[in-house]
Design a protein around this ligand. Structure first.
Ligand SMILES: [Zn+2]
Length: 283
């Protein structure tokens, strides 16, 4: 990390990090328990040294679901897993994949179902397939009484009625890397969902003004912070480094604290409590 950057004080809980998506994640290692697994352990350790007290690592397909579980087992009390098939991965999956997600979801280190959702931005996956898989994940979350981790990209209008339907059946969860205006975010909050903000909330472009407004207005007991690592590098590192690492959660957290007129310590403590409540963790 560039030497002039000071990480705002935590300790921080990163509610969404794909710790397995760094360069060394290579097919030739099969399940990914080779060199890239050691890399993931090193990344977790580096994050811990830099003030991160916990990480929720969601899978995006069969292989990464198992990776996330294995990583969580190897880092007890620090890393937890979520299992699901990402909307951009469902096109390559057989329907029976959801049964495998269900089986994995009974592992004690699995604290959520996801990541799942709808994505109109990367539209290489058929829309009907995305909707069917999303509903399958929501069914599973309700049945297992686990929170769901929702990816929503350019699909606010379509996703909201589906979420409302399942909220009536006890759905709990979080809208991850929230990019929504208050118009939609306020509806999700009414459904009891949490909102998690990633590095994009720090971006200076005008189009992110709306999500900053959302982040300013979310009730304090419903806000989470995340990296979505290795994506969404927060300011002031955006454009200066090539990947987002878990410890950068402090930069997004510090930004949100300032936006809300709080100290970073108080904001970090609040987001830790929220993560404990939503995911049933003890940090
Ligand atoms: Zn993600």
């Amino acid at each position: 990390m560039p030497g002039d950057i000071v990480l705002p004080a935590g300790p921080w809980f990163d509610s969404h990090a794909h710790v397995y998506l760094y360069d060394l994640f290579d097919e030739k290692f099969g399940l990914g328990m080779g060199g890239e697994f050691d890399l993931a352990l090193r990344l977790v350790h580096a994050a811990e040294e830099a003030g991160v007290c916990g990480i929720l690592c969601p899978g995006i397909d069969w292989k990464t679901n198992r990776f996330a579980i294995e990583l969580a087992r190897r880092c007890p009390g620090k890393v937890w897993a979520a299992v699901g098939i990402h909307p951009n991965s469902v096109g390559k999956c057989h329907d029976s994949e959801l049964d495998r997600v269900q089986r994995l979801s009974s592992d004690p280190v699995v604290k959520a179902i996801g990541e799942t959702g709808l994505d109109r931005y990367h539209d290489d996956t058929p829309w009907d397939a995305q909707c069917n898989w999303f509903r399958g994940h929501l069914e599973l979350a309700v049945t297992r009484n686990l929170p769901v981790i929702v990816h929503c990209r350019d699909a606010e209008e379509e996703i909201t009625p589906i979420l409302r339907e399942y909220a009536g059946r006890g759905l709990r969860g979080v809208m991850h890397a929230c990019a929504a205006s208050w118009e939609y975010a306020s509806q999700w909050l009414e459904l009891g969902l949490y909102l998690s903000f990633a590095g994009s909330v720090t971006y200076r472009n005008r189009k992110f003004d709306a999500v900053r407004e959302t982040a300013r207005r979310v009730p304090l007991d419903r806000i989470l912070v995340e990296t979505d690592a290795p994506f969404l590098i927060p300011e002031p590192l955006r454009g200066r480094v090539s990947s987002c690492y878990v410890q950068y959660v402090a930069l997004t957290g510090g930004f949100l604290a300032e936006l809300r007129g709080m100290t970073s310590e108080d904001f970090a403590a609040q987001t830790r409590r929220n993560a404990e409540t939503l995911f049933g963790l003890t940090l």
